[in-house]
Design a protein around this ligand. Structure first.
Ligand SMILES: [Zn+2]
Length: 624
């Protein structure tokens, strides 16, 4: 079989992308020198303590009697309709001579200006920026974080026009962003079009800054929020992640990359952008060893998006339509495959040990196999309905939905194992990723499920439509037991304590949380007896078989019974006491566990090594 090799092609792509970044810089100068200018915004942060941002937007070469300006209804990286126009205050429009122009709103996000044949229109408005957790816009007396889609109006038929952004802020405030500045002026920024503006968030204010180079390209780490950390170690760990992923793709599709980091008390999550990312974490993420590894996992995830979705992108979300939902059945690749590689990268880079990774994998498989929703919703449906389901969680989600992140990562693992076993480990998902990057450049149309199947067919010289029918658009259980043999691993149920027998343990099917010394029902799992008996989300369980319980005591009490035993719950629902009775079901008491085979073949050890970039441990090191 032909060994699939994309390194030469990827180098070609690299040269093309380097030329592209030179072009962006010279375009910035060209735009600056021209008489007719691009859409130009001025961001004024004159009273950050009020959390208000003032925006002035100058639109030149206006033609026609009407001009529409609008705020996006979503931002890239978050597949949910957001109320971004809701924070806009006091929209005004004037001509270059200062004459006021009439404005009416035509829908919740669009303002229509009667231009009176003016060739230049200046639109000014204010934005209330107090939304930190969704990574859209936040301003206070220490900083401004501005994600383009939440701050900058667009002109619907001028999305491809170049953009200039002027920043007015305190002299002591620094600006960090993936955008290039014009003629060395850090307060005058350039974007070749609105998409790039939206995908280049601005962090303006007081922050720590670290820099390192990989393959001659500068990388910046910007930290707002402050914590006690070792900058050398931080840079070294980030560099390992960058090197590993740049090595996988054999290319870095940017001139410069910026990691923006917000530290705060309850911060979590991250969003990928074109040549930057914004990651939010609690301060302990840099101060506690365990949390630090979780933080690096997020760094690894967001950085992998630099290729997966910021370069090769599903056709349904490319080009971006800012006025409505952008549907695709492929978010499982965007987020799931990225999550899979986030883990693989930190093992490959030596940040976590293979055994740690096998534990993470075991937990993820255990969770999937205990979620009734995996038999109901496919990955394709989960992706498509992200806008109304994944982004808007409901108590019955575990019964009817899957996460395109978590299940998408396991589908990616299954695909990787399948590629390896079909090709005797000559081709892996690494090759598929490189080929996706080569075949579907950002300048193209984006890829579809059929494109992806065709690509896998080619690189593995075998058919993939059946795999997609079963596991992507279908809900068949993943045959991970056989799949993991490709890399010398086995999957089995193991007791919680070594040498304990696997028994049927009592099962009610309730997820509970502590509340007022009682146990409040979060979700009721459809494969348990409590569901059929009519326990619902929000019920407060006050007693089991006549004894008062808290959430943790509930599990203890149930653990003393046996499958088939009767249970009576006293429940408060809408201030009324009621009783619910049912018989406990049974479930195996062990956990799904991935482990290395005792007697692997040499080919399995070799596949394991090419998968994790770590050697199969020798007998003596296993015993230590
Ligand atoms: Zn992601």
């Amino acid at each position: 079989m032909r060994r699939f090799n994309s390194s030469n092609q990827a180098s070609g792509a690299a040269a093309g992308r380097d030329r592209a970044s030179v072009l962006v810089m010279s375009l910035a100068m060209w735009v600056e020198d021209r008489e007719s200018s691009p859409v130009e915004y001025t961001v004024s942060l004159n009273a950050p303590q009020t959390q208000m941002v003032d925006i002035r937007m100058v639109i030149r070469n206006v033609a026609g009697p009407m001009l529409d300006v609008a705020m996006p209804v979503w931002r890239p990286g978050r597949y949910q309709v957001l109320d971004l126009a809701g924070g806009v205050r006091g929209v005004r429009a004037v001509t270059s001579a200062g004459r006021s122009l009439p404005i009416v709103k035509t829908d919740k996000t669009t303002w229509r200006i009667t231009t009176g044949e003016a060739e230049e229109v200046t639109v000014s408005y204010r934005v209330y920026a107090n939304s930190l957790g969704d990574r859209t816009r936040h301003v206070d007396d220490t900083h401004a974080f501005l994600s383009g889609a939440a701050v900058f109006f667009y002109v619907p038929d001028r999305l491809k026009d170049p953009v200039l952004v002027n920043i007015e802020a305190l002299a002591s405030w620094k600006i960090a962003t993936g955008l290039e500045c014009v003629r060395g002026n850090p307060r005058r920024l350039f974007a070749p079009n609105y998409d790039v503006l939206v995908d280049s968030p601005l962090e303006i204010g007081l922050h720590d800054l670290m820099e390192f180079d990989i393959n001659g390209k500068p990388h910046q780490i910007v930290i707002w929020g402050g914590a006690t950390y070792d900058p050398e170690r931080l840079q070294a760990d980030f560099a390992k992640i960058v090197k590993s992923q740049a090595g996988l793709f054999d290319d870095m599709p940017y001139r410069r990359y910026v990691f923006l980091i917000h530290l705060g008390p309850d911060a979590s999550g991250g969003t990928e952008h074109l040549n930057s990312t914004i990651i939010q974490r609690p301060r302990r993420s840099l101060e506690n060893a365990h949390d630090y590894k979780t933080f690096l996992h997020t760094v690894s995830h967001e950085f992998f998006h630099t290729w997966n979705v910021k370069q090769f992108r599903p056709a349904g979300i490319h080009p971006y339509d800012y006025s409505r939902e952008n549907y695709t059945e492929l978010l499982w690749v965007v987020e799931g495959t990225t999550s899979y590689y986030a883990d693989l990268t930190i093992v490959r880079a030596g940040i976590i040990k293979p055994d740690d990774y096998l534990r993470i994998l075991s937990d993820s498989i255990h969770t999937m196999r205990n979620r009734p929703g995996v038999r109901v919703q496919s990955l394709a449906e989960s992706s498509f309905d992200a806008w109304i389901k994944f982004s808007r969680s409901a108590p019955d989600d575990p019964n009817f939905t899957v996460s395109f992140y978590d299940l998408g990562a396991l589908a990616s693992l299954l695909m990787d194992m399948e590629l390896r076993s079909r090709t005797k480990n000559r081709v892996s998902l690494d090759d598929a990723m490189r080929e996706m990057y080569r075949r579907f450049p950002l300048s193209g149309k984006g890829y579809t499920t059929s494109d992806m199947i065709a690509l896998l067919d080619t690189i593995s010289e075998s058919r993939w439509d059946d795999f997609f029918d079963r596991y992507i658009s279908g809900t068949e259980p993943y045959p991970l037991e056989s799949a993991l043999e490709a890399v010398g691993l086995e999957l089995s149920i193991q007791p919680e304590k070594k040498h304990d027998p696997i028994l049927q343990s009592p099962y009610a099917g309730l997820n509970l949380a502590e509340h007022n010394a009682g146990a409040v029902v979060g979700s009721v799992l459809s494969d348990g007896p409590a569901y059929r008996a009519g326990v619902v989300s929000g019920d407060e369980i006050v007693a089991v078989n006549g004894r008062r319980v808290s959430a943790s005591q509930f599990d203890e009490w149930i653990g003393l019974l046996r499958p088939g035993d009767p249970v009576t719950l006293h429940i408060i629902r809408r201030d009324e006491l009621r009783t619910v009775s049912f018989k406990l079901a049974g479930k195996p008491n062990g956990r799904w566990t991935v482990s290395r085979m005792k007697h692997p073949a040499d080919s399995q050890k070799a596949a394991y090594q090419s998968w994790l970039h770590q050697e199969w441990p020798s007998k003596s090191s296993e015993e230590n």
